[in-house]
Design a protein around this ligand. Structure first.
Ligand SMILES: Nc1ncnc2c1ncn2[C@@H]1O[C@H](COP(=O)(O)OP(=O)(O)OP(=O)(O)O)[C@@H](O)[C@H]1O
Ligand SMILES: O=C(O)C1=C[C@@H](O)[C@@H](O)[C@H](O)C1
Ligand SMILES: [Mg+2]
Length: 171
């Protein structure tokens, strides 16, 4: 049976870091949506935002989810993917949605100096915290399972995610 595992959550919550490790643990292929989109578009995410605007990028994300290969795999999504109802529908119809819940404090420490996230580049800390609060309810609504990450190592989070995938697959 085809079964995808989607990791959702705010920028810096650990989707890519956990996705990679979970792939190794479960021996399933792994794809990072942001990286796949960069490959397809042949330009970086800041370039796509700059040259085409955010709305264009959001459409590319939805097309990616609609068309991505039909195989069991782990996908770390972009931080904005769960804001769109159609995206959520596709994810829930084709697999298991895991929300990595991190505190804004942890997130800020991880993302504040990252040049590859246009939304961070173009916002103040206060604006990002507002966005974090706004998005939280969308992640909660989209997810099957919430994984709390505060004070947990990447290894602990990966093992818990693996346990949930094994428990829920085939349901
Ligand atoms: N629980 C954790 N403990 C220690 N480091 C962590 C933890 N979670 C994430 N990190 C680190 O924080 C950084 C950001 O994580 P990551 O790139 O996986 O976030 P992301 O959710 O993929 O963000 P984006 O949506 O912007 O792609 C990475 O260097 C990662 O190793
Ligand atoms: O939270 C967001 O809206 C984004 C998160 C990143 O993963 C990228 O998809 C992009 O920088 C937008
Ligand atoms: Mg990522």
């Amino acid at each position: 049976m085809m079964y995808k595992v989607y990791l959702i959550g705010f920028m810096g919550c650990g989707k890519s870091a956990i996705g990679r490790r979970l792939s190794y643990l479960l021996k399933m292929p792994y794809y990072d949506m942001d990286k796949e989109i960069v490959k397809i578009q042949k330009r970086t995410i800041p370039e796509i935002f700059e040259q085409e605007g955010e709305e264009y990028f959001r459409n590319v994300e939805t097309e990616f989810l609609q068309n991505f290969r039909n195989e069991s795999c782990i996908i770390s999504t972009g931080g904005g993917v769960a804001m769109n109802e159609e995206n959520v529908q596709i994810m829930r119809d084709t697999g298991l949605v895991l929300y990595l819940d991190a505190t804004f404090h942890d997130i800020w420490m991880r993302i504040k100096n990252d040049l590859n996230r246009p939304i961070v580049q173009n916002s103040t800390k206060g604006e990002l915290e507002q966005l974090y609060k706004h998005r939280k309810r969308f992640y909660k609504k989209a997810k099957h399972i919430t994984i709390f990450t505060e004070n947990r190592t990447l290894k602990q989070i990966t093992e818990y995610a693996g346990y949930q995938v094994n428990r829920l697959k085939g349901e």
